[in-house]
Design a protein around this ligand. Structure first.
Ligand code: PLP
Length: 411
């Protein structure tokens, strides 16, 4: 009888139907296929510092070696005391108000904590304001949790700061929270105090919870100063996210944290939800937590990367100056992180589909970038470059790009 029954097909759950996470998507798969054929691909698509020669600070490795024998067991589900103590001191330096040891959770990267927060907060139909462009995990997790991500625009004409009028126009009675990514991926923007104060004002007026993703807070360049929005909103409930993936170039260790601050009485039930989800995952990776104290305590080498003469700084200068010279491309200079988000003159190149553009660039020049719509941007007129590779590599890439745009027309 089993022979006559048609084979059962296992479909992915419908929860995933509207989830978009394109940073690793079809164009990346095509690049992997070309690599298997033996082709060399210039990868300007991943924000993972290690493959580009950014090494883990020695003291961090030494610390992990030393602690490893003591890290066999589960920790407290919120995280090791030593890690949370160090994060609490960090919160004090950032002037984040009303933080105690129970307000801090470590996670397997910020990624896990974003996922937990969306699951804990959103019911079907609940809305959450997320920037466009965004780091697409926010939108994906909100959707997966059953919520409705609503995108507010960031304004390229205004250094990519959030468009406050647009943000406010998108608030409805179902809006529960507001997300900012500061410093921003993919634009590299850092929000000044006045902009943050306007955002706080919107959240205050409409009683919204604030989520602030600040994973790039120590990779800030020029005269920009990073301010935690939570420091400006002691009367609101805020959750601030950061970690060691980018600042310490150890994305593979998976160390992130979140800090709940400000007015907590309104979020008691939400915090119970978070605690339950945290207990369900038992705890985050303990060897990774064991180095947080050392990493946050003394290591300053990341400052060297973003100061003039440092690799990240010089690579940004190079890419920005090269992109500016390409006919049909315009670009805002990023102030933080290691991303740049140029604009394409779509009329000039007849671009209507940015995935096709990314594929054409990949096939013709063997360069892999991420299309703008992968960041929930609404038009096919942007793409993201990661400028982590060394200048020699970037130079080759920029020359190829110039070449490509000199004749490209989408069919
Ligand atoms: N948030 C932003 C804005 C990011 O760009 C990234 C990674 O690229 C993450 C969060 C996730 O970081 P992790 O899970 O490594 O802490």
């Amino acid at each position: 009888s089993s022979r006559s029954t048609p084979m059962r097909e296992f479909k992915k759950s419908s929860k995933l139907d509207n989830v978009l996470y394109d940073v690793r998507g079809p164009v990346v798969d095509e690049a992997a296929r070309l690599e298997r054929e033996g082709q060399h691909i210039l990868k300007l698509n991943i924000g993972n510092p290690a493959p580009f020669g950014f090494r883990t600070p020695d003291e961090v490795i030494a610390d992990m070696r030393m602690q490893l024998p003591e890290c066999e067991g589960y920790s407290d589900s919120r995280g090791l005391f030593s890690a949370r103590k160090a994060i609490m001191q960090y919160a004090q330096i950032k002037h984040i108000p009303n933080v105690d040891m129970d307000s801090i959770y470590t996670g397997n990267g910020v990624s896990e904590l974003i996922q937990m927060c969306m699951q804990a907060l959103l019911d079907t139909g609940d809305e959450i304001l997320i920037p466009s462009p965004d780091y697409p995990l926010w939108t994906a997790c909100a959707t997966l949790a059953g919520g409705t991500p609503v995108h507010y625009l960031c304004d390229e004409q205004a250094d990519w700061y959030p468009d406050i009028a647009d943000m406010e126009s998108k608030i409805t009675p179902r809006t529960k929270a507001l997300v900012i990514i500061n410093p921003n991926n993919p634009t590299g923007a850092v929000y000044p105090r006045e902009v943050l104060e306007e955002i706080v004002e919107v959240a205050r007026k409409h009683q919204l919870m604030i989520f602030s993703d600040e994973i790039y807070d120590r990779l800030v360049m020029d005269d920009a100063e990073h301010i935690s929005i939570a420091s400006l909103a002691p009367d609101l409930f805020c959750v601030t996210f950061s970690g060691l993936s980018k600042s310490h170039m150890i994305a593979g260790y998976r160390v992130g944290w979140m800090i709940m601050s400000g007015e907590k009485r309104c979020a008691r039930d939400f915090m119970l939800g978070i605690n339950m989800l945290s207990n369900m995952r038992l705890c985050s990776n303990v060897p990774a937590q064991s180095i947080v104290q050392t990493a946050l305590g003394g290591h300053q080498s990341v400052k060297g990367y973003v100061a003039p003469g440092g690799r990240v700084y010089e690579q940004r200068e190079f890419v920005y100056n090269a992109l500016k010279e390409i006919d049909g491309i315009s670009v805002v200079k990023p102030k933080a992180a290691f991303y740049i988000f140029p604009k394409i003159d779509v009329k000039k190149f007849n671009i209507t589909d940015d995935e096709q553009f990314a594929l054409d660039l990949l096939h013709e020049k063997k360069i892999l970038i991420t299309r703008g719509q992968g960041f929930n941007w609404h038009k096919p007129d942007h793409f993201r470059i990661v400028y982590l590779p060394r200048i020699e590599v970037l130079a080759e890439a920029m020359e190829s790009l110039q070449d490509f745009f000199a004749h490209y027309r989408q069919r």
